[in-house]
Design a protein around this ligand. Structure first.
Ligand code: ZN
Length: 143
């Protein structure tokens, strides 16, 4: 089980999904975890209440990058409320809760045993929370 989880994390860290700038992004947030040196920037395109697209840039450890990669996959097409619920479930997961029906995200369960790594796993999710709550970082005359 542990190996399987690690494999998922390594695979996402090596080939992160949705990595790069996001044309038409209208929300964003930076996430920094000085304890580990993780620094990511999250880009979202939100239409109404829906996350139409999510990408991220930056650099971090395998757990941070893998978590960000899985997060962008998971929230694409979600409503803000669903994204918030998912975020809470991930918080519970890395605190030792169960990860039922979380799919690949369940692979982050392993960090529950390493409190310092929880911050790595949660960085992208904190950025998501900030981006969804915050003001647009880019303004568009079309909105
Ligand atoms: Zn880290």
């Amino acid at each position: 089980m542990t190996d399987l989880y690690q494999q998922t994390i390594v695979e996402h860290a090596k080939r992160p999904r949705n990595f790069g700038p996001l044309p038409g992004a209208n929300r964003g947030a930076q996430g920094v975890n000085p304890l580990c040196g993780d620094e990511i920037e999250l880009h979202l395109r939100v239409e109404g209440d829906r996350v139409e697209a999510a990408t991220f840039e930056g650099a971090g450890c395998a757990v941070c990058v893998a978590s960000a990669s899985m997060m962008t996959l998971a929230v694409k097409g979600s409503s803000a409320a669903d994204a918030a619920r998912l975020m809470q479930r991930v918080r519970d997961l890395v605190a030792g809760g169960d990860g039922k029906n979380l799919g690949e995200i369940e692979s982050l369960k392993g960090v529950a045993r390493y409190p310092a790594r929880r911050k790595c796993a949660l960085l992208a999710w904190r950025a998501l929370e900030a981006a969804l709550a915050g003001e647009a970082t880019q303004v568009s005359t079309e909105l």
